[in-house]
Design a binder for this molecule. Structure first.
Ligand SMILES: Nc1ncnc2c1ncn2[C@@H]1O[C@H](COP(=O)(O)OP(=O)(O)OP(=O)(O)O)[C@@H](O)[C@H]1O
Ligand SMILES: [Mg+2]
Length: 268
């Protein structure tokens, strides 16, 4: 028998992951003993009360903060920024450079790293996927919030990462824009076959987009609930969200979230 685990089809493997952050001169444990994996090409939704540590977990997966325990990324111990993973932030306003046009913002992660012609092609392709070709020479401040968020997503896509890490990317958008972007994300995933970790407060969004869902709660936070989301067929805002299966899954997550809110960390 071999002691080496079979990691085929596994993008991330977390073993006993804890994170301590220093604040006002004191270390505070934010995440405690997380053990889970992220499977290739899945969309893993992570929900949890505000202040629990969702962003902290995503930053750990991106290799941006020191951790205790171990994160294995694509079979290797993660010891610095995860090159093949791209973070998409909620705050698109700060993520975009206002003095750069849309196409130059989209090129930001690849320029100087790949030949110029390929960079141009990738930017064009990413802008086409998010439907912003017509706005390539506009500046971010000339666009609506939903369009700016699409620029940020296009920038991530142009980098052709294996993994997209989304931190509540649609949180500040109105319901219709948000639903449009959810469907765009599903389409992009089926085209690129990327693996996604998607953080959101919104239970409907987590169930609609996810293949699997995890709940992070407590202080320090740990994983307190996990659910497979076996929704069949192409997902649709109306028929999926009205289906008995969707409502059943949503109900289960809602119950768990209610319990977790009871145990939510107090914000200092
Ligand atoms: N750089 C930091 N130094 C010290 N403490 C931090 C730091 N960043 C976050 N924290 C603390 O860690 C805890 C978790 O923060 P985090 O931003 O990960 O929560 P979250 O679940 O993403 O919350 P929200 O849903 O509001 O975005 C909070 O109590 C926060 O105050
Ligand atoms: Mg957060």
């Amino acid at each position: 028998m071999t002691t080496q685990a079979n990691t085929d089809g596994i993008v991330y493997q977390l073993r006993d992951l804890s994170v301590n952050l220093r604040r006002r001169g004191q270390d505070r444990q934010i995440l405690q003993s997380l053990n889970f994996e992220v499977r290739k090409r899945e969309c893993l939704s992570i929900v949890g009360p505000s202040g629990t540590g969702k962003t902290t977990l995503l930053r750990a997966l991106a290799g941006l903060i020191p951790v205790e325990g171990e994160i294995t990324f694509q079979g290797q111990k993660l010891e610095g920024p995860a090159g093949d993973a791209v973070l998409v932030f909620q705050d698109y306003g700060n993520a975009l450079l206002r003095w750069r046009t849309v196409k130059k913002n989209v090129a930001l992660g690849i320029e100087g790293r790949i030949p110029r012609e390929e960079s141009r092609l990738r930017v064009d392709e990413a802008l086409e996927i998010v439907g912003l070709q017509k706005y390539q020479d506009s500046y971010p401040w000339e666009l609506s919030g939903g369009m700016q968020q699409r620029v940020q997503i296009a920038r991530a896509l142009a980098m052709k990462p294996q993994v997209l890490l989304f931190d509540e990317p649609f949180g500040s958008l109105d319901a219709m824009t948000r639903e449009g972007l959810q469907d765009e994300l599903l389409r992009v995933r089926s085209l690129h076959e990327a693996t996604c970790v998607f953080i959101t407060h919104d239970i409907d969004e987590a169930v609609y987009l996810g293949d699997r869902l995890m709940l992070l709660s407590g202080s320090p936070a740990s994983l307190t609930y996990e659910l497979d989301i076996p929704l069949t067929g192409t997902r649709s805002q109306i028929s999926t969200k009205e289906s008995a299966e969707f409502l059943r899954l949503r109900h289960q997550v809602y119950e768990q979230m209610r319990k977790a809110h009871g145990a939510a960390p107090t914000t200092e």
